[in-house]
Design a protein around this ligand. Structure first.
Ligand code: ADP
Ligand code: ADP
Length: 225
């Protein structure tokens, strides 16, 4: 995974600074969680990194590349949303193959990569299923497979587990962490759940009103000497 550099990133809505001159350095392969209450700016920051939101000013770099003005599809990022955002009229395999088709991969490569990604999320043999036949947990696995099938250099997840019940959520936390370790992809994970952040992260960036309140390893943030 590539390191990410964020400098003085600003995004305003009217007179409100949703991102208030943020600075952040994320190491290559790191799992960083953005933790904060609703409305604190987590999604805005994630979507700015993805390129779906244009910041007013500031710098965003993946490795040595300035991506601040680059289109989302040129950033080599995988994104997982809370509501899965799968294509309901496509099969599981077609959903996972979609990013590869956009990239004009040939059929043999698509077949091989889709098989690989479905095995990674433990959905071997589910390729021909329709999305309607899947449970919530399985749909989120498909979304994960689709996000990593093209080997992105950055993986972005916006509250991916919040639609799942508690037991399944805890199971998927472990699965996502394992997937991160397997792939070594730089990962930014958004949640408002402190326990989830503590369980999964290398580092946590606590955000409030578009500013970082603190940034550090889970232990450094929550264990008082
Ligand atoms: P979070 O993801 O932490 O819940 P958001 O990044 O979605 O927070 O929102 C941060 C702030 O920006 C909030 O005050 C929200 O109301 C505001 N905001 C987000 N999107 C828009 C928008 N499209 N138009 C106006 N205000 C917005
Ligand atoms: P769903 O309920 O949506 O089918 P999952 O397929 O993710 O969700 O799994 C449901 C439960 O089954 C999980 O909480 C977990 O305990 C168990 N489970 C699923 N897949 C595996 C697996 N490959 N290995 C071990 N346990 C699994």
């Amino acid at each position: 995974g590539v390191p990410i550099t964020i400098r003085q990133l600003v995004k305003t809505y009217g007179s409100y600074r949703a991102l208030d001159a943020l600075d952040l350095d994320i190491a290559g392969g790191e799992f960083l969680t953005l933790l904060g209450p609703s409305g604190s700016g987590k999604s805005t920051l994630l979507m700015a990194i993805a390129g779906f939101i244009r910041p007013d000013s500031g710098l965003l770099q993946f490795g040595a590349t300035d991506v601040t003005r680059l289109e989302p599809h040129k950033r080599n990022i995988g994104v997982v949303f809370q509501n899965y955002a799968l294509f309901p009229h496509m099969t599981v395999a077609q959903n996972v193959a979609y990013p590869l088709k956009l990239r004009n991969a040939d059929k043999a490569r698509i077949d091989e990569r889709v098989r690989w990604a479905l095995a990674l999320v433990k959905l071997d043999g589910f390729g021909d299923r329709s999305i309607h036949q899947l449970s919530g947990g399985q749909r989120q696995r498909v979304a994960l497979a689709r996000a990593v099938v093209f080997e992105p250099s950055v993986l972005l997840m916006d509250e991916p587990l919040s639609a799942l019940d508690k037991k399944l959520r805890e199971h998927m936390q472990i699965e996502i962490r394992r997937l991160h370790e397997t792939l070594g992809v730089t990962t930014i994970y958004v949640t408002h759940d402190q326990r989830e952040a503590l369980t999964m992260s290398d580092r946590i960036a606590v955000i409030n009103h578009g500013r970082f309140a603190q940034i550090g390893a889970p232990k450094a943030l929550y264990e008082k000497p």
